[in-house]
Design a protein around this ligand. Structure first.
Ligand code: PLP
Length: 392
């Protein structure tokens, strides 16, 4: 019940145990094409270029940034948690001229603040996180999309923590590129990074296309400044997933099975229903921790549905309490990073764990751990408050 990775959906684990096939086997290429269509539904986009980058979520981030940013390009990063700092770090490694604006952890940006910064910096790209797992905050994106379009700025977003459990509208919000991972609301393991790229971002990437020497054909004239990474070269990866099937890496077949199954389950459930499931169980967990008498961190109006940050009661050893939850009840909750380390626990309700019994058992176990730590609590208050949410 941490902030991810979480208990994988058993159906995803089963899909991963299927036998491997070669990467140009017709069933494999059919799976790839099907997976592209499934992730278009998940991201809510018509972008043809919607596929998987092999690697954990940051592989998707690195692929997007290294393929779009050329050295010296101005990039604006609004930071409201740890993963905004990660975007800065990756953009700097791409040798961008990085500009930042920053909100205190636990808050999100007003569009006017972002608009002022866009006007002042005039960046090629704005890169932001949607849901920052470190603070649990979810940045509204629709206005930022409009601001980017009005100012001709490419709009990249890291949706790793939010996708599938919170409304996400790639096309309607005017995003150019979004990336994610499987290990949060998608209910899978880490190791595959779904990505979707708008036609105008595809043009920016393809303007730098330099096909690898050993597979180059007569039409592959090198142009633009070569993308600094081979593995994350989206121009080549698009040719690999596209009709041309131009060889690149050896596709991580088992992760493809996992990613396909995650999206298949989400689409079968219905994206809106999956978001509503996360909202409901997140609301029950929020009410439950408050019902125990605990204090929730941050601007709750902008909290992601799928994770809550709870202040560790004064005088309680937060790590010892987490260890007791794990050892006595088999339930893992999360610690936190940076300024919140030692201050809050993060409790997730996502993917396969966005279920009533998971919420109620966690609250019941947490009550026992708090009681053992002599924290004054409302007996039965956690499960009771969550049940009221379920009854409403
Ligand atoms: C919002 C966000 N972005 C990026 C990452 C990095 O993901 P990974 O560890 O899969 O590379 C995480 C991981 O928790 C995350 O929550």
């Amino acid at each position: 019940m941490g902030p991810g990775p979480i208990t994988a959906d058993p159906r995803v684990l089963r899909a991963m145990s299927a036998q491997l096939v070669g990467q140009f086997d017709p069933s494999m290429t059919a799976y790839m094409t099907e997976t592209m269509a499934l992730y278009r539904a998940v991201f809510r986009t018509t972008n043809q270029q919607t596929f998987l980058v092999d690697g954990t979520s940051r592989a998707g981030i690195e692929a997007a940034l290294v393929s779009l940013i050329e050295p010296g390009d101005r990039v604006l990063v609004p930071i409201f948690g740890r993963f905004g700092h990660l975007l800065v770090e990756i953009a700097e490694r791409c040798r961008a001229e990085v500009h930042t604006i920053e909100m205190p952890w636990g808050e999100v940006f007003e569009p006017e603040t972002v608009e002022r910064a866009v006007r002042a910096v005039s960046p090629k790209m704005l890169a932001t996180v949607h849901g920052d797992t470190s603070t649990t905050m979810c940045q509204p994106l629709a206005d930022i999309g409009r601001i980017c379009r009005d100012n001709d700025v490419l709009f990249y977003c890291d949706a790793t923590a939010s996708l599938g459990g919170n409304t996400f509208e790639l096309d309607a919000w005017g995003l150019d590129v979004a990336t994610a991972g499987l290990q949060k609301c998608l209910g899978g393991p880490s190791g595959s990074a779904p990505i979707s790229i708008s036609p105008r971002a595809v043009d920016v990437i393809n303007a730098r296309k330099n096909v690898e020497a050993g597979i180059r054909e007569h039409q592959d004239v090198a142009h633009g400044s070569r993308i600094a990474s081979n593995y994350f070269d989206l121009a080549m990866i698009m040719d690999y997933w596209g009709d041309r099937r131009l060889n690149h890496h050896t596709e991580a077949t088992t992760m493809l099975y996992a990613a396909r199954e995650c999206a298949r389950l989400l689409v079968a459930e219905g994206i809106d229903r999956a978001v509503e499931r996360h909202r409901r169980h997140g609301a029950a967990m929020l009410a439950g921790v408050r019902g125990l008498g605990l204090t929730v961190f941050g601007d709750v109006a902008h909290k992601m549905h799928n994770v809550v940050a709870v202040e560790i009661p004064t005088g309680l050893d937060g790590d010892a309490a987490r260890a007791a939850l794990l050892n006595d009840f088999g339930i893992e909750i999360g610690t936190s990073f940076g300024p919140l380390h030692g201050r809050v626990w993060r409790i997730g309700t996502m993917g396969h764990n966005a279920r009533k019994e998971a919420v109620l058992l966690t609250l019941a176990a947490l009550e026992q751990v708090l009681r053992a730590g002599n924290v004054p609590i409302t007996a039965g208050g956690g499960v009771g408050a969550a049940q009221e949410v379920y009854a409403s």
